[in-house]
Design a binder for this molecule. Sequence first.
Ligand SMILES: [Mg+2]
Ligand SMILES: [Zn+2]
Length: 212
Amino acid sequence: MKAVFVDRDGVINRNRKDHVKSWDEFVFLPGAVEGMVELTRAGLRTVILTNQAVINRGLLSREALDSIHDRMTGELEAAGAVVDAVYYCPHRPDEHCSCRKPRPGLLLAAAGRLGIELEQSYLVGDALSDIQAGRAAGCRTILVLTGRGLRQFLRRDARRVGGYSISRDLRHAVHSILVTEKLVPASPLDKLAMGARRALTLPVFEQLPRLF
Ligand SMILES: [Mg+2]
Ligand SMILES: [Zn+2]
């Protein structure tokens, strides 16, 4: 079974410096709901992943986080998307757990429980740590430029991480997944982008103009 792992903050909803602590603070990013709906229509499973160190920092209860996730999946499902699971890491970085991204624990747990074939699956994230988690799990990865994405992309180590493609936002990332899966025909622009992606010897910075 193929799945698309989607990071939450900065991909599905707007990042907040002081963290999303209640449903009032949860704002869907443009195109995020549509992207999730298109994945479901295409028959792909969806798993939302999120690092939530706020839990073990004592800034948010598990009940409050579950309630945010219930509202989020409720809105997505009302629009026609099926969310197969939401996985979060509650640990602080100093706890050195196996599930805080860039580690792949959340993906491995979801794959084990839902029967996901990781090599056939994708991860979409707005941080290099998401990309690293996806790659460690064997998935194909897409960095979106929403949320922290653009700034992460401009970091010096963005080149070193490598091995990911770039999309403007979740809706565009979903389109490129559906093209790769041959579920929608490739437009001439898509073909250009795929050509750039195949040319993995190109530094990622040189791929950017070809993708837009
Ligand atoms: Mg994020
Ligand atoms: Zn963890």
